[in-house]
Design a protein around this ligand. Sequence first.
Ligand code: CP
Ligand code: NVA
Length: 302
Amino acid sequence: MTRHCLEIDDLDAPRLRRMLENARAWKADPSAIPQVLSGRGVAALFEKPSARTRSSTEMAVVTLGGHPIYIRPEEVDLDRRETVEDVARTLASYCAVIAARVFSHSTLDRMRDAVSVPVVNLLSDAAHPCQALADLLTVEEQLGDLEGRRVAFVGDGNNVVSSLAFAAAMSGVELVVASPPGFEVDPDVVERARNLGGTIELTGDPYEAVHGADAVYTDVWTSMGQEGEAEARRAAFDGYCVDDALMAEASDGAIFLHCLPAHRGEEVAASVIDGPASRVWPQAENRMHATRSLLVDLLEET
Ligand code: CP
Ligand code: NVA
């Protein structure tokens, strides 16, 4: 059966563990990276901008011996020039994997249903699984064993924290999320993460969330595609900035994480993201190491 990764719960806990171990091993010793994509291509289609995801995915493919094909949205013009299914079938006839960053998650569902090569979600309105893999890798690398770690996410109950909820649930990490009313994590995500055995707490109080946390994580208040709501969101998220006072509530030695791009002075104070607790640069680098492991996992049975 073809493996896909549209959300972290497409994986299982043993595969997730092996991916993290491979990511660390190949990061330490690039000469051991298996050349599973030798002579093969990965299509990487983007409907939205990207600094990290495009570059880390392309380099992950190159280090696996493959060739990445970056596709701009205007080149394929999904569902206007031709259907999502016809684009996916065409790309699958040349490439071993289709990876895509899309507005609507349903576009990925349609791609997956149309092809027999793995489809990878490079971010949708609902999920950002490649980011969550890098997040786990970073927490484990920086703090040690994941089991029993407490991660506080402060901000919008968005794609990034949804994938983090599944990643946490499958690796024994306790997740607590502080969001203002109306911006909580999707209840369906919470239920699915809890059904996987995860501990996920929701609160409206950032201080309660961060109390005793080993890692404090935030993301933008306005995600790509929501630009028209930016002003209303800035007002709704007043009081949710991760600043030094909030970080002081976390455990001694707590680290700060952000998937980036960041807005200093909105969701995070410059003194935090540019300060000693910040691990955002190793976290960004780990996008490549995590995506490499994911691609190897997905290609194992194809
Ligand atoms: N974190 C992340 O996905 O960054 P980009 O949007 O720059 O790819
Ligand atoms: N939540 C953000 C993440 C960017 C990497 C967005 O979807 O724009």
